[in-house]
Design a protein around this ligand. Structure first.
Ligand code: ASP
Ligand code: MG
Length: 422
C-alpha cells in the first residue's frame, strides 16, 4: 500500500461541483488501496477576496501585527475548502477528516505572509491513516513557535503538499492543477508548445524561478532537498479515468538524468515580465562601486537579478541591473536619495518595459554553442539584447517587452521544441 499525497489547486477546488469531483477522484485512489493525504488550496479567487477586504481596512504602513492578521485571515480560505472536501469524501462513503496547519503540526518560522516550514509532526495523521481514514490537510499555512497562524506565500499550497510528502516519506506527491503538465513554454504564447513527459528537477527549478508559474519555486526546492517524487497533472480529466493511466499522466519531475533527457539540449523556454531595469550612468570606475550600489539595494531587502557593468571610458562606467517591477520605484528613490549623492554618479535611468526570456536545459552542460544559437536567432528577428546572464543550464536575455512573444516563438522553433521528443 503506497502512501500518496494529492494536492489540488484553487481552480480544481473552484465550486462545490468541482470539490465533489475531487472527492470522487480521491475516493477512487483510496479504494485502490492507497493511503491518502490530500492538500487543497482555497477555492479559486478566495485568497484574493480575503486579502482585498484587508486592503480596504489596512493601516497606511503595513506592520508586523498587520501581517499577522493577514495570515490569520488568508488561512481561512484553506480551512473552508479542506472541510468541504472532507464532507464531500464522507458523502462518497469514505471516512475522512480535515486538519488545519496547526492541528497537523506544520511548524514554521514567524515571517508572516512568507513563512518557512521548519518541522512537521505527522503523528496524528499517521494514526488516522492507520485507522483507514483519508486525511485532508490545509495547504498554505502553518503555526509558529508561539502558536500564531502563518502562511507560506502565494501559491504556497504546493510547498505544503511537498513538505508533507517529504516528512511522511510518501511514495509520490501528485500536484493536480488546471493544466495537464509542464510545457516547453506557455501554450498561450506558443500554441505549438508541447507537454513534457519528464523534466529534471534542476530544469524545473530554473523554469519555476524564471517565470513558469506551474509550481511555487519553494516546493521544487523542497522536492529536490528531500527527493520527493513529484508529478504535475490535470484535475480536469474525468475522475473515473483508469488509475494506472492517471498515475503516469502529466509531467514527472525526475532526479535521474536519463538518456532521452540528454538528447534535448534545450527543454524549455521561460519568460517573465516581472522585472525592471535600472542603469546608474557615469559611475567613477574604482574598487567598491558594485558594493556601494548593490549593497544599499540589498540592505533595503530588494532582490537583484541580472547585472552588467560596461567597459569604462575616461575613468567612468555604467552599471545596470534588474529588480522586481514592484520594487522599481523604491529602488530608484533609494539610489537617488542615498547612493547618488555619495557616489558621484551622473544619473539614473530606468526602464520598466523590459522582459526576460530564458532557454533552459541540462544538455547545455555538454553542448557548446547553445547560447550563441540563441543570440543568432534573436538577431535574425531584429531583437536587440540589452543584458545577458547565464548559468550552467540556462541562458537569459533581457529585451524590450514588445518582442517577448516573437522571441519565445522564434526560440521555440529554432530549438525544435515543437517536435515530438524521441
Ligand atoms: N490560496 C493560496 C493562494 O492563493 C495558496 C495556494 O493556492 O497555493 O496563493
Ligand atoms: Mg498554484
Amino acid at each position: 500500500m503506497a502512501l500518496i499525497v494529492h494536492k489540488y489547486g484553487g481552480t480544481s477546488m473552484g465550486s462545490t461541483e468541482r470539490i465533489r469531483n475531487v472527492a470522487k477522484r480521491v475516493a477512487k485512489w483510496a479504494r485502490a488501496g492507497h493511503r491518502m493525504v490530500v492538500v487543497p488550496s482555497a477555492m479559486s479567487g478566495e485568497t484574493n477576496r480575503l486579502l482585498g477586504l484587508a486592503k480596504e481596512l489596512a493601516p497606511a504602513k503595513p506592520t508586523t501585527p498587520y501581517n499577522r492578521e493577514l495570515d490569520m485571515l488568508a488561512a481561512t480560505g484553506e480551512q473552508a475548502s479542506s472541510a468541504l472536501l472532507a464532507i464531500a469524501l464522507q458523502s462518497e462513503g469514505v471516512e475522512a477528516v480535515s486538519y488545519t496547519g496547526w492541528q497537523m503540526g506544520v511548524q514554521t518560522d514567524s515571517s508572516y505572509t512568507k513563512a518557512r516550514i521548519e518541522r512537521i509532526d505527522d503523528e496524528r495523521v499517521r494514526a488516522d491513516l492507520d485507522a483507514g481514514r483519508v486525511v485532508v490537510v490545509t495547504g498554505f499555512q502553518g503555526v509558529d513557535e508561539l502558536g500564531n497562524i502563518t502562511t507560506l506565500g502565494r501559491g504556497g499550497s504546493d510547498t505544503s503538499a511537498v513538505a508533507i510528502a517529504a516528512a511522511m516519506k510518501a511514495d509520490e506527491c501528485l500536484i493536480y492543477t488546471d493544466v495537464d503538465g509542464v510545457y516547453t513554454t506557455d501554450p498561450r504564447v506558443e500554441p505549438d508548445a508541447r507537454r513534457l513527459a519528464k523534466i529534471s528537477f534542476e530544469e524545473m527549478l530554473e523554469m519555476a524561478s524564471l517565470g513558469s508559474k506551474v509550481l511555487q519555486i519553494r516546493s521544487v526546492e523542497f522536492a529536490g532537498k528531500y527527493r520527493v517524487p513529484l508529478r504535475v497533472l490535470s484535475s480536469f480529466t474525468p475522475w473515473d479515468i483508469d488509475i494506472n493511466e492517471e498515475a503516469v499522466s502529466g509531467t514527472l519531475i525526475t532526479f535521474e538524468e536519463d538518456e532521452t533527457m540528454e538528447q534535448a539540449v534545450v527543454s524549455g523556454i521561460a519568460f517573465s515580465r516581472d522585472e525592471a531595469k535600472i542603469s546608474v550612468l557615469g559611475v567613477p570606475d574604482k574598487p567598491g562601486i558594485a558594493y556601494h550600489i548593490l549593497g544599499a539595494v540589498a540592505d533595503a531587502n530588494i532582490e537583484v537579478d541580472v547585472i552588467i557593468q560596461n567597459l569604462s571610458k575616461d575613468g567612468k562606467t555604467d552599471f545596470s541591473f534588474t529588480v522586481n517591477r514592484a520594487e522599481f520605484a523604491r529602488t530608484v528613490d533609494l539610489l537617488k536619495t542615498k547612493v547618488l549623492p555619495t557616489l558621484g554618479a551622473a544619473d539614473i535611468v530606468g526602464d520598466t518595459k523590459i522582459c526576460k526570456v530564458s532557454i533552459v536545459g541540462i544538455g547545455m552542460r555538454s553542448h557548446v554553442g547553445v547560447a550563441s544559437k540563441m543570440f543568432r536567432v534573436l538577431s535574425e528577428e531584429g531583437i536587440n539584447i540589452q543584458m545577458i546572464s547565464t548559468s550552467e543550464i540556462k541562458t537569459s536575455v533581457v529585451i524590450d517587452e514588445k518582442y517577448m512573444e516573437l522571441a519565445v516563438r522564434a526560440l521555440h522553433k529554432a530549438f525544435d521544441l515543437d517536435q515530438p521528443a524521441n
